[in-house]
Write a protein that binds this ligand. Structure first.
Ligand SMILES: Cc1ncc(COP(=O)(O)O)c(C=O)c1O
Length: 362
């Protein structure tokens, strides 16, 4: 029986050709491919600017520096997200303040509002698993309290909120191209999207040793640059992104139809066009189910088994560990099923059959 992977990177002759084109160009860093990729990403997102960097984590770190984040600042973010969401701000001495989740696994915006203090400077809204947050409400809260908003779109490239693409509504959008993501570059990479051209200009300098011209350094910066081979590959991937996201929705619809009444399937708000970076169910006897599926050569995942507010790296930063009951309950029940841009309905049926068998519902 063939293995059904949790996710899969798309590679075809077009992708290989693009990599060869970049190799043969003789230019390897921040050249024509990177500039074109930035323009195409900005157009796809619907922003004036896009700035590439070596990963979500590093380009967001640079953005936080430009925002002037530092000790004493509080930034509200969900605990139920990938650990990197709050890493850059911690490096700058700021403090993450963790919000609980609602039934979509997204940040609970009532809770967010209750966490705002005079020290709060911004909110990182994570469109987790590819389901957008209620951006209108999020932005209204931010505006009322004069806070900035970064949309963490690492898992949501191409997702839409009321027809608008995520990463175009907050002050900034932050994306990752890590190989498991909806849009990959077959390596590490990330970008910031924004309408703020002044920030984009400074971010471009900061990622490249603070320079304008070759030997004119206006401030001390970093090397958080982007490679031409990855950009050339990413440009091909971007052409296929909408079709792959549509296929993810087809697979998700099949799962939801087959699994309703057997497990808790994902809850989707009517404002959302999700992109199912993950298809996450809530399951009784989750660990046993995961083992059963593994025996049937079906790969699954738990994203994430330990919430960030309980991570050893973070607990020492606070006088007390917050209680986030919905997050703490969810991590015991969640299971990510296989899904990717090229997955077939037959494969989805095999997964659904196995889950039905496990619960004696076949
Ligand atoms: C929600 C979220 N934010 C941030 C990141 C960090 O992305 P990168 O690995 O490109 O730094 C990831 C990827 O793991 C993610 O899933």
């Amino acid at each position: 029986m063939s293995k059904i992977p949790l996710s899969k990177c798309f590679v075809n002759a077009e992708v290989e050709e693009a990599a060869l084109r970049a190799i043969r160009s003789g230019q390897y860093i921040l050249g024509k491919e990177s500039a074109a990729f930035e323009a195409e990403l900005a157009a796809h997102t619907g922003t004036a600017q896009c700035v590439l960097g070596s990963s979500w984590t590093m380009i967001t770190y640079l953005l936080h520096q430009l925002q002037g984040i530092g000790p004493g600042d509080e930034i509200i973010a969900p605990s139920h997200t990938a650990f990197p969401t709050m890493e850059p701000l911690v490096h700058l001495g700021a403090r993450p303040v963790f919000a609980d989740i609602d039934d979509t696994f997204g940040m609970d915006l009532h809770h967010v509002e209750s966490l705002i203090t005079p020290r709060t400077v911004g909110i990182i809204g994570v469109h987790l698993y590819g389901h957008p947050l209620d951006n209108d409400r999020l932005l209204a809260i931010a505006q009322q309290h004069k806070l900035w908003v970064i949309e963490d779109c690492a898992q949501a490239q191409g997702a839409k909120y009321k027809g608008r693409t995520v990463g175009s509504m907050g002050d900034f959008g932050a994306f990752s191209f890590f190989p498991s993501k909806n849009l990959t570059v077959l390596g590490d990479g990330g970008c910031i999207t924004t309408h703020k051209t002044d920030y984009a200009d400074r971010l471009r300098m900061l990622r490249n040793h603070g320079r304008q011209g070759k030997y004119d350094h206006e401030f001390t910066g970093y090397n958080v640059r982007f490679n031409e081979i990855n950009a050339a590959i990413g440009r091909v991937m971007l052409k296929h992104l909408d079709a792959f996201n549509a296929n993810r929705r087809t697979i998700a619809a099949r799962y939801t139809k087959r699994l309703a009444g057997i497990v808790q399937t994902p809850i989707v708000r009517d404002w959302a066009t999700p992109v199912y970076h993950m298809y996450v169910i809530r399951a009784e006897r989750r660990d046993d189910l995961q083992k059963f599926l593994k025996e049937k050569h079906i790969e699954t995942g738990v994203h994430y088994p330990k919430p960030n507010h309980q991570q050893p790296a973070v607990v020492g930063l606070f006088p007390y560990i917050p209680k986030l009951p919905h997050t703490e309950q969810a991590v015991k029940e969640i299971l990510s099923l296989p899904i990717h841009g090229e997955m077939t309905l037959d494969a989805a049926d095999r997964v659904a059959d196995a889950i039905a068998e496990f619960y004696g519902k076949k």
